[in-house]
Design a protein around this ligand. Structure first.
Ligand SMILES: *Cc1c(COP(=O)(O)O)cnc(C)c1O
Length: 228
């Protein structure tokens, strides 16, 4: 068995046991394999082991892989920072965007999404840790942005995403993820219908699943350490 296949199996087992511990079905958590910095060959290996969803952080690199692997019919998630001059490529190539945090970018993505394509599935990234340098909308500005995004014709607002500051303290991890969950519930009570919480990575997916993650974005635990 290749190491990617074995790693994927181990990650699936982690997801299953975390889901079981939370009293949730394992199928309620979708695994996005983050293939940034790894070549298409690694994506092919994961695909052969049954993986269908892949995440990329860098537009040019992601677009190259999507072009090369088009015949596999994979689902591609853009999870990195978004520059306005890249919105056309992102909207043209990706199925999901998890890292939306500005109204202007949202409008550009909607405009660039072609009529023949399905709506672009989006999550708004929220800065739950309040770190000055982190991307993501402040919790206090979330409702306004969500209202703007929901009105755009070619975007489908699916949920919220967060990357809390790394910490070994599982209580703190859970508190951040619980905060994101509560923000989504509050918006849904106000009339939104978001079904997605994109939270949890290699180091903290258990805490995220305990707090209701429906998508975990896992790179290192599947593909190994990144060199760049
Ligand atoms: C790189 C990255 C991940 C994956 O992180 P790992 O710790 O390697 O699992 C998840 N989400 C985002 C936004 C990332 O940039």
């Amino acid at each position: 068995m290749s190491s990617i296949t074995a790693n994927l199996q181990a990650v699936r087992e982690r997801i299953e046991s975390a889901a079981r511990a939370a009293g949730r079905p394992a199928q309620s958590v979708r695994l996005v394999a983050v293939s940034k910095t790894f070549a298409s060959a690694a994506v092919r290996e994961a695909e052969q082991a049954g993986q269908r969803d892949f995440g990329e952080n860098y537009v040019t690199e992601g677009v190259d892989k999507i072009d090369e692997l088009r015949s596999l019919g994979l689902t591609w998630h853009y999870i990195g920072p978004i520059q306005s001059n890249k919105t056309r490529s992102i909207a043209g190539y990706f199925d999901w965007v998890h890292s939306l945090d500005r109204a202007k970018i949202a409008a550009r993505l909607s405009e660039a999404r072609r009529p023949g394509q399905a709506e672009l599935q989006v999550c708004i990234q929220v800065n739950v840790s309040g770190e000055a340098t982190k991307s993501g909308v402040a919790p206090g500005d979330l409702a306004t942005l969500a209202t703007q995004v929901a009105m755009l014709p070619r975007l489908k607002l699916r949920g919220l995403m967060a990357i809390p500051e790394p910490t070994p303290d599982e209580k703190l991890q859970r508190a951040r993820f619980a905060q994101l969950h509560e923000l989504r519930e509050r918006l849904n009570r106000e009339g939104f219908s978001m079904d997605t919480l994109s939270m949890g990575m290699s180091a903290d997916l258990e805490a995220a699943i305990a707090e209701g993650a429906t998508m975990v974005r896992v790179g290192t635990a599947i593909f190994g350490e990144r060199r760049s």
